[in-house]
Design a protein around this ligand. Structure first.
Ligand code: SF4
Length: 295
């Protein structure tokens, strides 16, 4: 594990309109104590994210050379991520690692760079380490055999925050369509990989009951509901207002969807973000289907 997997002088390049800026990272494991979800380190093989979700709070993290408005237009593969991880693997004894808190480990660049795959190869050799992997992309299937090799110490959380792909087209225009995520979830589960539904951050769900059934049918063994983290003066607030989706900020709405999911997945976890400093939600009716379900 001493040799570099990639040339160190990969230049800046465009990958399907994404500016790719490879780098040599200085560190790869970020301590991130999360008692509720049980992980102790976050591992991000990339900085930036080609999915560029419009609500992504990571866009506000300081990123040298990039403004928050440029989020989704660039990504930085950490070329030495597997080597750094190998050198740090002694820290992972009886620990859980989360891929990834600030990027999608299966964003489109992974097709070329295979850094997530190489990092998983290192983690596979850490027999007491548990792995939580979170993605929006069916690209995860390219590593199905590797994921299976982890057995019960790996869980994939598939992020499916809405049952409506027209909502996805507005909020995550560059992320894979919702039907492709259900299909990928099913293939993972059928392959023997433990997979959970991550309705996170929760967006409009037209039919929570059908949503829960779809997750069950697709092989999910658990669910996780998380609320949206809005930044101060977040432009995404306007996106919600324009589309009459401000109701997703109401904890009542989030609780109701979580309760329906709990009917199917009793261990459904609910994560609340601190309230952001935004104007008070305008009271507008949610989707008709939702009202009839909840009233
Ligand atoms: S996939 Fe995750 S990290 Fe990437 S832009 Fe979307 S929310 Fe942010």
């Amino acid at each position: 594990m001493a040799t570099s997997l990639f040339p160190l002088d990969v230049p800046k390049a465009l990958f399907h309109d994404l500016l790719v800026e490879p780098e040599e990272a200085r560190s790869i494991l970020r301590p991130q104590r999360d008692e509720r979800y049980g992980f102790g380190f976050a591992l991000s093989p990339y900085r930036g994210c080609g999915h560029g979700c419009r609500y992504c709070y990571v866009r506000d993290y300081p990123q040298p050379g990039h403004s928050p408005e440029q989020w989704g237009t660039w990504a930085t593969p950490k070329l030495n991520a597997p080597e750094l991880l190998w050198a740090q693997r002694h820290r992972l004894h009886r620990q859980a690692v989360f891929l990834a808190s600030a990027t999608d480990p299966y964003q489109p660049l992974e097709r070329e760079f295979r850094l997530t795959r190489a990092c998983l190869g290192v983690l596979l050799q850490c027999p007491t380490t548990r792995v939580l992997l979170h993605t929006r992309s069916p690209l995860v299937l390219q590593d199905l055999e590797l994921l299976k090799a982890f057995g019960s110490r790996l869980t994939v959380g598939f992020s499916i925050p809405t049952d409506d792909d027209t909502v996805r087209q507005v909020v995550e225009p560059h992320a894979p369509p919702i039907p492709s995520r259900w299909a990928a979830m099913e293939l993972l589960a059928r392959g023997g990989v433990e997979v959970n539904l991550a309705a996170c951050p929760l967006m409009p769900v037209r039919d929570p009951q059908a949503f829960a059934h779809r997750a069950k049918e697709s092989g999910a063994s658990g669910a996780w509901v998380g609320s949206l983290r809005l930044l101060k003066d977040d432009a995404f607030y306007e996106v919600l207002a324009r589309n009459d989706w401000l109701f997703i900020l109401d904890s009542d709405y989030q609780d109701r969807v979580a309760a329906v999911l709990q009917g199917t997945f009793p261990q459904t976890r609910r994560r609340r973000e601190p309230k952001a400093a935004v104007p008070p939600p305008v009271q507008r009716p949610p989707f008709t289907a939702q009202r009839s379900l909840f009233e």
